[in-house]
Design a protein around this ligand. Structure first.
Ligand code: MG
Length: 379
């Protein structure tokens, strides 16, 4: 039973986190004992640097942060919307308004609850991920354990995260590379013309000989040109190539993968679990992102599916706070690579969670759930 004292503690904790000016929605908050109470607010993520990829440049990303409360315990979650996936803060909040968790009295029924959330609408992956992350955080807290332990993963097996450098002028790229922390692998956005891409890599090579993971974001137009570029990138100390060509060109990508000296990783070609079988033989591995695949529950299943097919696994992210990044990091001991620097690229991260060592290794917190706490909660 939710006692009056516990209820007041919950309300005052929520008030400390959610500024009075923020619009707080909570359609399922009816004061019921042992009810799952979902609430949310928009939160705009401001980037430290304007961020360029093949196709667009942006300086902020829309987000929505959610809370899921149950018997005085609060789970936190987050949706982050890059413009290209068709979700917005408004569409996420519209979706969340349709989520009615009042029939569910047991938060441990994760499969049943998230199956229901998934069936509400066909898309809305980021909105679904926000609920998924908050539910995992809540259940981990009720169990008193972080998810890497619940899943049986070894925290010392976390990879080092990549550090991403967006498309920019050579001068800016040199400046950003000098500023970059001493992580073992830099991730570089390419996918423009061969001359522009070579110029970008040469600018980085003028400053460092660290390994580079390149992401073409579907930018290369022709398979022979892409393979030539990959051969050159291999000689430049690159270690993998993400999404060399359009997701609508699987045959050309398979041709490249068969001949490539570097692993070819699917990102835009992949969204959810059921996309994976068709990628076997087309790509060497997959980049799993919580905001694309509806969250931690499905991401875990995707790792199993990829391993079954002999594929490599990268855990990636959008621009996110330490809330969603910490949730993704719980899975990272099971991945070959982690590209989880989204929180390091924003200026207004309002969560404290997974840390990185000086060499970029992900350090999982011992806190239960997703291991992230709001910075202004006094925790
Ligand atoms: Mg990518």
């Amino acid at each position: 039973m939710l006692t009056r004292r516990r209820f007041l503690q919950t309300v005052s904790a929520a008030a400390a986190l959610w500024p009075a000016a923020a619009v707080l929605h909570s359609p399922s908050a009816r004061g019921n004992a042992a009810a799952l109470r979902l609430s949310w607010r928009p939160y705009e993520l401001r980037l430290r640097h304007a961020f360029g990829v093949a196709g667009n440049t942006r300086s902020s990303t829309q987000g929505v942060q959610v809370q899921l409360e149950y018997e005085g315990v609060t789970g936190y979650g987050e949706a982050s919307m890059p413009p290209y996936l068709g979700e917005s803060a408004a569409s996420v909040m519209e979706f969340l308004g349709r989520v009615d968790l009042t029939p569910f009295r047991d938060p441990f029924r994760i499969e049943e609850i998230l199956d229901y959330v998934d069936r509400i609408a066909e898309n809305n992956a980021a909105a679904k991920a926000a609920v998924d992350i908050a539910l995992h955080d809540l259940v981990g807290k009720l169990l008193g354990q972080p998810w890497y332990r619940i899943w049986g993963l070894s925290p010392e097996k976390t990879p080092s995260t990549f550090y991403t450098i967006g498309i920019d002028t050579p001068e800016k790229v040199i400046e950003k590379t000098k500023e970059a922390p001493a992580f073992p692998i830099l991730k570089v956005k390419v996918g423009r013309t061969p001359d522009e891409d070579r110029e970008m890599i040469r600018a980085i090579r003028a400053v460092t000989d660290r390994p580079i993971a390149v992401d073409a974001n579907q930018g290369w137009q022709e398979k022979s040109m892409a393979l030539d570029m990959i051969g050159w990138l291999s000689e430049q100390g690159c270690v993998l190539v993400e999404q060399p060509m359009s997701k609508h060109s699987p045959d050309q990508i398979a041709w490249i993968t068969e001949r490539s000296p570097l692993p070819i990783i699917a990102d835009e070609s992949l969204q959810r679990l059921w996309d994976i079988p068709a990628l076997s033989g087309v790509f060497s591995g997959i980049n799993i992102k919580l905001m694309k695949c509806t969250g931690m529950r499905e991401a875990k299943k995707m790792i199993t599916a990829a391993r079954l097919l002999g594929m490599k696994v990268m855990i990636g992210c959008m621009t996110e706070t330490s809330c969603a990044i910490s949730a993704a990091a719980q899975l990272s001991p099971a991945a070959d690579w982690a590209d989880l620097d989204g929180n390091l690229l924003i200026a207004n991260d309002n969560f404290k969670g997974v840390q990185v060592s000086e060499t970029g290794k992900l350090l999982l917190p011992e806190e239960p759930g997703i291991g992230a706490v709001p910075k202004d909660s006094g925790v």
